[in-house]
Design a binder for this molecule. Structure first.
Ligand code: NAD
Length: 338
């Protein structure tokens, strides 16, 4: 089967594309390379264009009329940057996504899987969130995700599109075959900072926030192997209509599904697991939280199990091992102009 992946030159989109290839499907990649990597599109069907470039999107569907569904991963994703550059974030993530959804609908390609984020949730006692837990997107980035969920829902109601918003928790690790991984030169994700500290590209790892009301005071997250995340997309698009049938409401063309492991792991627990896999302690220190930091959340993933028939398979240790391996690979594979 063929699927369109926007943002397929990025961390998550490229991993989904790899999972599709391994399963015998054909991913079609649309990416502007605004942040993504050309290296991740090698030997793949790749359109170097913007999601809002209507002519390019039309060309893709002329070339590949048998595309079964669109996985919309393209976005800008850095929370602090979104606070400093809200115009760029609302333009890339909202205005352009609306154009893309409009074009998809006009062309009759109505199945959309949308990359949303757990950052839309409010904090809840006990930290476990279900899809109907209260929302409070508290950065421009999170608000772009929340807005696009609403847009997709309204398009599904008005135009008979079928949309699934997947709320990702904290994807880590890398493609187990090392075809791609986290690619930015100075990654802000906690796992990449651990790897950079271990491999000497960063001096110290900061545990930011040690007074949260969690079991050890450090923030709590739900780290999910990006390969498991990719498998969930694969299962969802392979049986897209089945996901809706299992949801059981024929009137409802829009679904929200959490993608997390269901296990909360604190930053301190992640650091000890990391040191165990790495085999040595790393330089670390405890610091106050950064502005905008929160205690965190982890997923209730019952809906993903029931509707997609998916459950995560890979352990936190596997995430760390693959992240470490990718840390070495990425310096060989990716050349940064610095
Ligand atoms: N990485 C995470 O921790 C995380 C967590 C939750 C949700 N998400 C969501 O998952 C999706 C993928 O994230 P990622 O980590 O792979 O990010 P990434 O930056 O690695 O990939 C995003 C890709 O989108 C492309 N892109 C951006 N704007 C575009 C446009 N207008 N037209 C065409 N291509 C464009 C970029 O070039 C890049 O290749 C995003 O929507 C993000 O919001 C990511």
């Amino acid at each position: 089967m063929k699927f369109l992946i926007t943002g397929g030159a990025g961390f998550i989109g490229s991993t989904i594309a790899s999972a599709m290839i391994d399963a015998g499907h054909t991913p079609i990649i649309l990416d502007s390379l605004i942040t993504g990597r050309k290296e991740f599109t090698r030997d793949r069907i790749f359109y170097h264009a913007d999601i809002a470039d209507t002519a390019a999107v039309e060309q893709i569907f002329r070339d590949h009329p048998d595309i079964q569904a669109t996985i919309h991963c393209a976005a800008l994703i850095i929370v602090p940057e979104s606070t400093a550059m809200p115009y760029e974030y609302y333009r890339e993530n909202v205005a352009k996504s609306i154009e893309l959804f409009h074009t998809l609908n006009r062309l009759g390609y109505k199945r959309v899987l949308f990359s949303s984020s757990a950052s839309v949730y409010d904090l809840v006692p006990g930290f476990m969130v279900r899809e109907d837990s209260p929302l409070r997107p508290d950065s421009p980035y999170a608000r772009t995700k929340f807005m696009m969920e609403m847009v997709l829902r309204d398009f599904c109601t008005a135009y008979g599109m079928k949309g699934i918003a997947l709320r990702y928790f904290n994807p880590i690790g890398a493609d187990p075959k090392m075809r791609s991984g986290i690619h930015v030169p100075k990654p802000s994700l906690v796992i990449a900072k651990l790897v950079d500290t271990a491999q000497g590209r960063q001096e110290t790892f900061d545990i930011t926030g040690v007074d949260w009301p969690t079991r050890d005071g450090s923030g709590i997250r739900d780290y999910i192997h990006v390969w498991d995340l990719a498998q969930a997309h694969l299962k969802a698009v392979e049986d897209f209509d089945g996901v809706f049938e299992r949801a059981g409401d024929p009137q409802d063309n829009y679904l929200v599904i959490n993608l997390g492991t269901g296990n909360g792991v604190t930053v301190k627990e992640l650091v000890s697991a990391f040191e165990k896999v790495y085999g040595r302690p790393i330089n670390k220190r405890e610091c106050p939280p950064r502005p905008g930091d929160v205690a965190g959340a982890f997923a209730n993933n019952d809906r993903a199990r029931q509707l997609i028939g998916w459950q995560p398979q890979l352990s936190i240790e596997q995430c760390i091992a693959d992240a470490l391996k990718w840390g070495e690979t990425r310096v060989q594979m990716l050349h940064y102009d610095e």
